[in-house]
Design a protein. Structure first.
Length: 83
């Protein structure tokens, strides 16, 4: 199980437990003509009911069961400094 921490643009923080997390890039990161879209960069988590839930804007940290950060996504104007 993974723990996902989402720091929203407002500074609010939320923690989610999820079996999977996946990232879809925004239009600035996609190669032109390769299925590009105007959808924003998004981290998708799977909720307990099995449905995918989108996280957009801010910064997302994905942590493994040991609490180690295994991925970080800046998906909008982030307030979190890059170390």
């Amino acid at each position: 199980m993974l723990t996902v921490k989402h720091i929203r643009l407002s500074g609010e923080e939320a923690l989610y437990e999820t079996p999977t997390a996946r990232y879809t890039p925004g239009p600035d990161e996609q190669k032109a003509g390769a299925g590009s879209t105007n959808d924003p960069a998004t981290v998708w988590i799977t909720k307990r009911d099995g449905f995918d839930f989108p996280l957009t804007g801010g910064t997302v940290f994905v942590m493994n069961e040991a609490g180690k950060t295994v991925a970080r996504y800046d998906i909008g104007a982030s307030m979190v400094p890059v170390a």
